[in-house]
Design a protein around this ligand. Structure first.
Ligand code: C2E
Ligand code: CA
Ligand code: CA
Ligand code: CA
Length: 279
């Protein structure tokens, strides 16, 4: 057993070491990246189910690392949250999304709503409304065109502070969406106490949808819950026509997922909306 233990140690130690080094490099690089223009946003269309139109997009961050190439949020967001770099990234995303919205307007696209992901940590800092106001003003866009996406867990850790920060943002006309809905511990009561406009059903519940399966009942319960709270319900991660059909039947308000488009550069959103216009 001792020998096996030592072997295991010898096998795993270098990998562990590499992981730690890779992690500390990531921490170091993240700091300069936020300042050095290495981040960019992709936008994923959101489709309103009643009109069938693209009415909004979600902004999703990407990191073009000088040596590693493209780094996805699953790799850098958690590290950024641990180190505090997330505040810079979220504020940058807010500014960049506002700038892009103004650019789409100037190009004559139909009026879009842009959703921005804000981490629990950034929300807890308490000055989100100020950041939203100044980003919107700098770009010359109405804050009512913005949506802030907050995960359920962000609102459960410091519920009162989170609610207050969200109230301030919402007072600017910004809408609030609860992201990854179904993964946290939102009760009916808690949701009613929060300033919320939309629920985004987590993609794990959508992946489980089958036309005649039982899984529709969970998504159905979420749509019903949203409805009784007066909230719009968005399904994320919609990949198949079958899932879309179930969501339509359940009375879901909007959908987002690979079926309608992957996260794409701003120019591709421009093309998508122009081609939709000419139909
Ligand atoms: P999220 O907010 O839940 O975003 C949805 C994720 O699902 C995105 O991953 C998107 O590319 C992916 N997705 C969309 N449609 C489909 C689909 O049909 N099938 C599948 N399998 N996946 C789909 P992404 O872009 O890698 O982002 C991952 C997470 O990183 C986001 O999850 C969000 O929590 C976080 N994130 C991204 N950008 C930012 C940011 O600027 N600030 C903060 N705080 N978090 C961000
Ligand atoms: Ca999101
Ligand atoms: Ca989500
Ligand atoms: Ca998710």
């Amino acid at each position: 057993a001792k020998g096996a233990g030592r072997n295991r140690f010898e096998v795993f130690e270098p990998a562990m070491h590499e992981k730690v080094v890779a992690h500390s490099e990531l921490v170091r690089d993240l700091r300069s990246a936020a300042a050095g223009g290495q981040f960019f946003l992709l936008y994923q269309p959101q489709v309103d189910l009643r009109s069938g139109r693209v009415t909004g997009v979600e902004a999703l961050a990407r990191w073009q690392h000088p040596h590693r190439g493209l780094v996805l949020p699953d790799t850098f967001i958690a590290v950024a949250e641990d180190t505090g770099a997330i505040d810079l990234i979220d504020d940058w995303a807010l500014e960049e999304a506002c700038r892009q919205l103004a650019a789409w307007d100037a190009a004559g696209l139909p009026s879009l709503q842009v959703a921005i992901n804000i981490s629990a940590r950034r929300l807890a800092r308490g000055d989100l409304a100020e950041a939203v106001r100044s980003s919107a003003r700098a770009a010359g866009v109405d804050p009512a065109r913005l949506e802030i996406e907050i995960t359920e867990t962000a609102t459960t850790s410091c519920a009162i502070e989170a609610a207050r920060a969200l109230e301030e943002v919402r007072a600017l006309g910004v809408s609030i969406a609860i992201d990854d809905f179904g993964m946290g511990h939102s009760s009916f009561g808690r949701l009613r106490a929060l300033p919320v406009d939309r629920l985004k059903i987590d993609r794990s519940f959508i992946a489980a949808l089958e036309p005649h399966g039982e899984s529709g009942s969970i998504a159905g319960a979420m749509v019903a819950m949203g409805g009784s709270l007066g909230l719009d319900v968005v399904a994320e991660g919609v990949e198949t026509e079958e899932q879309l059909e179930v969501l339509r039947r359940l009375g879901c308000d909007a959908v987002q997922g690979y079926l309608f488009g992957r996260p794409m550069p701003a120019e591709a959103i421009d093309r998508l909306l122009r081609s939709a216009l000419s139909i």
